[in-house]
Design a protein around this ligand. Structure first.
Ligand SMILES: *Cc1c(COP(=O)(O)O)cnc(C)c1O
Length: 379
């Protein structure tokens, strides 16, 4: 899908006129309960807010449209969505996950896999042979892909992974948090379920936590996820849903601006004498570049890592020297953030000592470049 098509798709998905008032923004429904009609039937399909809410439905319609899915379900956080999906894995079944993936999700999987005797196999991100070797045909229930993946931004071929998963009788789930639907629509490459931490790019203003699953089909699995959300109570709050609709209005422009800024920063700093390496899928030197160019059609995003010529303490110092980039975790907001990832992940982290992760925001590229230059120079 071209950038122009995506832009008009967002505009169409957001198009709204309130029939009663002519308002162009959907109202926020706060009611937790819904009165039945004279026949004791729900008037508009709603009964209780833990099951569903009109503001949440509005949001889900938009997200299903953006990712090209049959339906979307929203949750109180990314991990709320992730754990509600993985609740569908049967005791004794098996899942294949990347060796490097979102650490919070991995911790939870390690925990339930022990309790429920679920087999876990790890593959090398971006390497389909390694994924194939991790599969147990007939037993593997979910293959999980995260692309681009933190913090080296490895790119995994979604179509290739879908093929491997389907041949083994598994479904493919894709964590597309760092590649929102303006650049990658994972379902169009054969994924069965796409996941986003909507806390990140989808909302884009660092002021709410939310997660979304978009399903290719409304099949039995989808019904089970819906029932799990209802029982676990993991549905997104109505105010967060309303704020997220607001954030989505500028998704295209924010992601585009972050991608252009990140590309300028990556090009400026590649080969810099104080850096060992710049890791960004938009650079031809990145191992996943060719695939990313095909799979991320609306920009390479704002996520990159700088490997500095310094030891662990030096890298942390450079991170602290930044003035415009804020020293904080998370990603995908309008403001630029920098993080010394190893410090955050702790002593067992596999992240290199000298790696600084950047979430490039939508400020002026020249100002961001000058900030990194001064932080490197004063180290
Ligand atoms: C943040 C994040 C998550 C978890 O989302 P929360 O909204 O923090 O629960 C999962 N995957 C990726 C890639 C993330 O960046």
């Amino acid at each position: 899908m071209s950038k122009l098509e995506m832009r008009s798709r967002i505009a169409q998905a957001m198009h709204f006129i309130d029939e009663k008032t002519g308002g162009v923004v959907p109202p926020l429904y706060t009611s937790t309960t819904f009165a039945r009609d004279d026949n004791y039937e729900p008037r508009a399909g709603y009964t209780y807010a833990r099951y569903n809410n009109p503001t949440v439905s509005q949001l889900e319609g938009i997200l299903a449209e953006l990712d090209g899915g049959a339906d979307a379900l929203c949750f109180a956080s990314g991990l709320g969505a992730f754990s509600t999906l993985f609740e569908t894995v049967r005791t004794g079944a098996h899942i294949a996950i990347p060796r490097i993936m979102y650490h919070g999700g991995l911790d939870w999987l390690l925990n339930i896999s022990k309790k429920r005797n679920i087999g876990l196999s790890f593959y090398k991100p971006g390497d389909l042979d390694s994924l194939q070797a991790a599969i147990q045909p007939g037993k593997t229930q979910i293959v999980w892909v995260e692309t681009p993946s933190n913090p080296t931004w490895d790119i995994t071929d979604i179509a290739g992974a879908a093929d491997i998963a389907h041949k083994a009788g598994a479904i493919l789930g894709v964590d597309s948090t760092c590649a929102p639907p303006t650049t990658t629509r994972a379902l169009s490459y054969g994924a069965d379920v796409v996941f986003h931490s909507a806390t990140k790019y989808l909302n884009g203003h660092s002021d709410l936590t939310a997660g979304v699953l978009v399903g290719a089909q409304r099949d039995d699995l989808w019904q089970e996820i819906w029932a799990n959300r209802k029982s676990l109570g993991s549905i997104i709050g109505n105010f967060e849903a309303w704020l997220l609709i607001r954030g989505l209005r500028t998704l295209f422009i924010r992601f585009d601006a972050a991608s252009r800024n990140a590309m300028q920063i990556a090009e400026h700093f590649e080969g810099h004498d104080r850096l060992e390496k710049v890791l960004y899928p938009g650079l031809a030197s990145h191992p996943g570049h060719e695939l990313a160019a095909r799979q991320m059609t609306g920009g390479f995003g704002g996520m990159m890592s700088l490997m500095v010529k310094a030891d662990e303490a030096g890298a942390r110092q450079i991170t602290s020297n930044l003035k415009l980039f804020l020293p904080a975790t998370s990603l995908g907001g309008a403001e630029s953030l920098a993080e010394h990832r190893k410090t955050v992940e702790g002593p067992n982290s596999a992240v290199p000592d000298n790696l600084i992760r950047l979430s490039v925001g939508i400020e002026d590229a020249g100002d961001l470049i000058a900030d990194i230059e001064q932080a490197l120079a004063s180290a």
